[in-house]
Design a protein around this ligand. Structure first.
Ligand SMILES: Nc1ncnc2c1ncn2[C@@H]1O[C@H](COP(=O)(O)OP(=O)(O)O)[C@@H](O)[C@H]1O
Ligand SMILES: [Mg+2]
Length: 482
């Protein structure tokens, strides 16, 4: 019988004082206990950061040496989705590991919530799956298998909902590209077992294991969170071996009809009995989760018009906005400011940037024109007098170029002479403002002009597509034109 978490705490106080200090860490309170040890929240005395100190229950000599060895290797994994190992030690009869403290709740709490009738969303499970897959990929890249992925070993951080893999106590080295035999060195490691219900069938049967074993355990975890029920109800090793090696997990959709076929499919593929039928790596699983997430974010296909548009070669369909309407949501106005006064350019960039515009500033007219040719902005703001190419020159050149002809040009100047203003308007300026203009006034005008440019571009796109549509229609009815 190993000591309980409370007994470990009592022992710590007896030997190290109250509050106990060990390995430069002040131990505050118990935060969790599992099969392997008791986890306490503490503060690192020199670094002034909260830490989680895990004290191991059983401390057979061999176990201790192996534990320290494995923790040393686990410390090499430096990834935001894997709890960071700071230290490991055997001191005063205690074997402990000091890790990053994750403020939040374990995924088991979310399972309990869904079990109690508050189902977790598909988006939450996909995000958890993606985080854990990223963490696993980092571990696998360091030649580690976790071998004990399950809800209690995943923390959901309070700060941002990001997930971290905990409890590297069972993790084992393996050679990438091969599988890990449990009989390495002629010794059968019973420790490789993991947890019945989550350990992969090959792990339970003491067959060689590889990255697909961790993929299996993550799949079971995702299944449970979505289905709000345990995937396998096995209370012993022997029943787990039989159950998990014979019965494939049921299709999740009858249990959770609202989830997408993509998510149901990827959970099913993670949990196949035959490891060859699963995702072969955490990265392969991750890419599938990303696809499923993106498919959920994509707008639904336009109702009604889609089949006809398809019959016409899809000529009309892509022009429509996300909601099927002709006009899509405008993007951030792209504004180019050309002024030889760099400081003024910076002020303009700040004012317009704060108003949601994407701003580029130039002090040289030639460079500005080059950039405009590449990426036609929605609005151009020009100073009138500049060394070399003046604002009037830039405006004249813009009006002579097909791509830049219709872009609104606002002159922003100290030049108040009426003749200059009419000259600028004659050269094709859209607006003429003095540098004393109120920022709000400038922003309002720029936004208004950007909206016109964007609407004009949309209209041009629709006209083009209408031309294609007429051609296709003519081809369908066998005439030269309709
Ligand atoms: N770094 C940590 N930060 C916050 N809580 C933790 C941390 N490590 C463990 N815990 C809590 O303690 C519980 C048991 O920790 P774990 O390392 O899984 O121990 P065991 O090996 O005994 O299962 C976890 O489910 C979690 O609630
Ligand atoms: Mg655990």
């Amino acid at each position: 019988m190993h000591p309980t978490a409370e007994e470990i705490f009592g022992e710590l106080i007896a030997r190290r004082g109250s509050p106990p200090i060990i390995g430069g860490v002040v131990i505050h309170s118990l935060i969790g206990a599992g099969g392997m040890g008791a986890v306490f929240m503490g503060t690192h005395l020199r670094l002034h950061i909260p830490v989680a100190a895990k004290f191991m229950f059983g401390q057979e000599q061999d176990d201790a040496a192996r534990f320290i060895d494995e923790a040393t290797l686990a410390a090499r994994v430096n990834h935001p989705n894997v709890v960071r190992v700071y230290d490991v030690n055997k001191e005063d009869g205690f074997l402990y590991i000091v890790q990053e403290y994750v403020e939040g709740q374990s995924a088991e709490r979310y399972f309990q919530d869904s079990f109690a009738g508050k189902p977790v969303t598909e988006d939450f499970v996909l995000s958890l799956g993606a985080d854990v897959a990223r963490g696993l990929a980092a571990m696998h890249a360091e030649s580690f298998l976790h071998l004990d992925i399950k809800p209690t070993n995943i923390m959901v951080a309070k700060r941002d909902g990001g997930c971290k893999i905990l409890d590297l106590g069972l993790s084992r080295r393996f050679t990438p590209g091969s599988t890990l035999s449990q009989e390495q060195g002629g010794v059968i490691h019973q420790h490789l077992g993991g947890t019945p219900g989550y350990a992969s069938p090959e792990q339970l049967q003491q067959l060689p294991v590889g990255p697909a074993s961790d993929v299996y355990s993550l799949g079971v975890t995702m299944f449970e969170l979505l289905a709000a029920r345990r995937a396998h109800v096995a209370d012993s090793w022997s029943t787990a071996v039989v159950q998990q090696s014979v019965n494939e997990l049921p299709d999740i959709r009858p249990l959770r009809p609202d989830i997408s076929p993509a998510t149901a499919g990827l959970v099913a593929r993670c949990t196949r009995i035959n490891p060859d039928l699963r995702f072969q790596s955490a990265l392969e699983l991750l890419s599938c989760i990303v696809d499923a997430t993106q498919a959920r974010m994509a707008p639904p296909p336009a109702v009604g018009g889609a089949p006809r548009a398809a019959a016409l070669g899809g000529a009309l369909s892509p022009a429509a906005g996300a909601d099927g309407s002709a006009f899509s949501r405008p993007s951030a106005p792209a504004v180019f400011c050309v002024d030889d006064d760099q400081a003024l350019g910076a002020v303009l960039a700040r004012i317009l940037g704060e108003a949601g515009c994407s701003v580029q500033t130039f002090t040289d007219g030639m460079l500005a024109l080059k950039a405009m040719q590449q990426e036609a902005p929605d609005v151009v703001i020009l100073d009138v007098e500049m060394p070399g190419m003046t604002g009037l020159d830039i405006c004249r050149i813009m009006r002579s170029l097909e791509r830049l002809r219709h872009i609104p040009v606002v002159f922003l100047t100290e030049e108040t002479a009426p003749a200059k203003m009419s000259l600028a308007l004659h050269e094709g300026a859209t607006d003429y403002l003095f540098k004393s203009v109120e920022p709000a006034d400038l922003v309002a005008r720029v936004r208004c002009l950007a909206r016109i440019t964007q609407a004009q571009r949309e209209l041009e796109g629709l006209q083009q597509q209408f031309g294609q549509f007429r051609k296709r229609l003519a081809a369908l009815v066998g005439k030269d034109s309709v």
